[in-house]
Design a protein around this ligand. Structure first.
Ligand code: 8X3
Length: 249
């Protein structure tokens, strides 16, 4: 019987790429996200099981967990950024939303699935945070605050599960170009979203991050990658982004 992997945020970007990747790796994947139409397309494409779910709805998360018989791997991807205003002008509702999805969503799903992750031969919780979990930048206050908090959740959980056969892994990507991340953050301003990646020779793709998730999950069960920070080669540090050709053509 295949190992079961639950992936949140499965309707697009890193979540959808992770579903595709873990299906290829032989997992029985359950992809969850809010948008049922996108999930149905992913189900038809990959053969993964899907289940519409808003990770901020604790009761529905509990109902979802009760529907599962086993779970070996949980990949927390649901999250995102909303707003890029400086602190002086930031909207509290955006910050609240980012905390709800990135932090409490991860909390709800992790809490609900922990009994199953603990019950099997060895469980793995991978949480996809961000380099914004460790550094700050102008206009990123609310997102960075949420990602710092999500990182704190991961670090605390690893300590609390010490002595149990459950790995707790953080994958922290830097600049990833997806269809929605920058667009959502910039409230649909496509020109500003495109400018984020302008001139960058190969930002990370969702598939690149999914590859990292596959890597850490596929290691032997006694090998715990605490934190995998992954950036495109063009981004030596958060503020040091090379814009221009990087590789010989
Ligand atoms: C995305 C990376 O640099 O936009 O999580 O914060 S960044």
């Amino acid at each position: 019987m295949s190992s079961v992997a639950v992936v949140t945020g499965a309707s697009s970007g890193i979540g959808a790429a992770t579903v595709r990747r873990l299906v290829k790796d032989g997992f029985d994947v359950v992809g969850v996200a809010r948008r049922a139409d996108r999930l149905a397309a992913l189900e038809a494409e990959t053969g993964a099981r899907v289940r519409p779910l808003d990770v901020t709805d604790e009761n529905d998360v509990l109902r979802f967990a009760a529907e599962l018989e086993t779970c070996d791997v949980l990949v927390n991807v649901a999250g995102g950024a909303l707003g890029a205003e400086p602190v002086a002008l930031a909207r509290a509702d955006d910050w609240r939303h980012m905390y709800e999805v990135n932090v409490l969503g991860t909390l709800h799903v992790t809490q609900a699935l922990l009994p199953l992750l603990r019950a099997g031969a060895g469980g793995t919780v991978v949480t996809v945070t961000s380099t914004a979990a460790f550094v700050n930048y102008e206009g990123g206050g609310g997102y960075s605050a949420a990602k710092h908090a999500e990182h704190a959740l991961v670090e605390t959980l690893r300590l609390e599960l010490g002595g149990e056969p459950v790995r707790v892994v953080e994958v922290a990507p830097g600049m990833v170009r997806t269809d929605e991340f920058a667009l959502n953050r910039l409230r649909g301003d496509a020109a500003r979203a495109a400018a984020v990646y302008e001139g960058v020779d190969r930002p990370l793709s969702a598939d690149d991050v999914a590859e990292c998730v596959s890597l850490v999950v596929g290691l032997p069960l006694h090998v715990n990658v605490d934190r995998l920070v992954v950036r495109p080669l063009a981004q030596a540090a958060q503020h040091k982004v090379h814009r221009g050709p990087l590789f010989p053509s």
